[in-house]
Design a protein. Structure first.
Length: 121
């Protein structure tokens, strides 16, 4: 009986380790965008609209639309100076490295309804 309990405990422990590994150990699903630093610009949207990254991560935006877009820090009513890609045509990319923790809003100067946010931990 004790041997059966030991095996059961071992199997449960292995299952727990596997589950935590699949989550990256943080309790977030591995599909949660915590460390990926890529955003697509498609259909007049930033995808994903919100992104979480660690400090020191470079985020790269790729324009997949047939029209120019910008990636500009801040909001249309309060643009900031942290970053501004200028106009990027289809296929062009822009990258910015987020050195410090914080929440950074951004938008497209050409299409003020396009907005996104990067949270840096």
């Amino acid at each position: 009986m004790k041997n059966k309990r030991t095996r059961l405990a071992l199997v449960a422990g292995v299952a727990l380790v596997a589950a935590l590994s699949a989550c990256g150990g943080s309790g977030e699903p591995s599909g949660a965008n915590r460390t990926a630093g890529t955003v697509s610009i498609v259909g007049f949207l930033f995808k994903p609209e919100t992104l979480g990254v660690a400090a020191g991560t470079s985020v790269t935006w790729t324009n997949s639309d047939d029209i120019d877009h910008t990636v500009t820090s801040g909001t249309p009513d309060a643009p900031r100076t942290e970053f501004d890609s200028g106009n990027k045509a289809k296929g062009q990319i822009f990258s910015h490295t987020f050195a410090s923790p914080g929440t950074f809003a951004y938008f497209c100067r050409n299409h003020n309804g396009m907005r996104g946010e990067v949270t840096v931990t």
